[in-house]
Ligand binder design. Sequence first.
Ligand SMILES: [Zn+2]
Ligand SMILES: [Zn+2]
Length: 473
Amino acid sequence: MDKAHCHYHPAQPATWHCASCPRDYGDCCLPLNADDQDAVAVCPLCRSELSFLGAANSAQPFWLRIPKFFLYAFQVGPLAFAALLALASLFMPSSKILWLILLSVATKYLHSVIEASSQAQQEAPSLQSAFVGEGFALFFRQLAVFIIAAAVLWLAADFDSEALYWAVNLLIMLVLPASIIRLALEKELAAALSPELVGQVIKAMGWRYLILWAFLFILWQSPSYVTYMLSSGLPRVVLMPIAAALFAYFAVVMCAMMGYVVFQYQGALGYVIADETQQNHFPVAEYQRRKALAEAEIRLKEGQSAQALEILTQALERSPDDLKLNERFHQLLYGLHDRERCLRHLDHYLPLVARLNPALAVTTLLNARQLQGDFLPADALLCEQLAGALLARHKHREGLSLLRNLHRRFPDYPHIPRAYLLAARGFAEGLGQLEPAQQLLGFIRARYPASPLLAEVSQLEALIAKLGQVKPA
Ligand SMILES: [Zn+2]
Ligand SMILES: [Zn+2]
């Protein structure tokens, strides 16, 4: 079965489907509101209700989770189950009734492991849960499946053909895991024996069913193999409980794997199961923000830039100082060559981005210059901040242009010496123009004789003098 992916993000698994658009969406496009879990998810385009695809497309393949199945069986529930079987093998009297009860409990427990694992529950069921409630009859249904399989095999043996016998044997072994999975899910003997329903499990998985089967086969052999290896040195009284516990452990590993397979192939099996982790739920403010960003992106990719702008405008009314929302809004306006609106938005955006992300501020200023060649922010501190960011990124001319005539444009700005020292550095170190650098330093000395920056001015003057000596040679 091919996995479906988000229509707008081909690397993201699809988790929602809109039948009327029709579109698949991933979690990327549909953040959910953690404070309103019951809200129906609607299509970002047409607002009709979406159908949930569960984790069918996002589940990790079972063959990448093998170590997790082994760890799964080390939880309290499965260990108690192993201990129960070990103790029973030692101390339980050889009463048929007692053994029937024990096997019934064991079957019920293992089936509950399959069921829990098919819901992607990380926690194994407790052993107590196997002693209460319904489901004791499962053992007899499972037993019936085994008896029927044995009967078929017995019939095949009657034909006096070795090839036929082995073919039937292999076929039974092949379909048995699928039948057990069906029984665990439907709890009906008819389902476990139905070629259609059992075949559906195999069909859903395709050739990967063989991977599962191979793993199960190895696991099935493991306890008897280990027991055989130990058998030479150990007395029966020690060996029996070890064998019983090993059997319990590996049975739980097998059931966890079979259950997870249902989770992974839920789509093809006709189930919808959500991942428990709820990673895609956010507190309301974060939810609204992510929703606006996702929906604006979808609208843009659909070529509906007006709607994208509208969505971002509304989101910015709610949280005007959100950097990401402002960034998207700026990029959108700039991309659309909406000169007027883009420049107007810069009044708000540029101080914000200069404070929070200087690298992004540099790009933004260069964008602004594309729209208006002589663009200058109307704030002295902002000019200085941006100039610093530009000079640090070797955009010397753009940086210096922001500081030109700063003392005339902003006569009340208290940090003129600092800004001009920065400019002098830009001229001397960035452009190698010593003269304007000297002029700026001279200006600071003359106008601000009490500035605490004079020591740095002297240092830079000394450096310039040295550079001046080197230069003519
Ligand atoms: Zn739709
Ligand atoms: Zn997406």
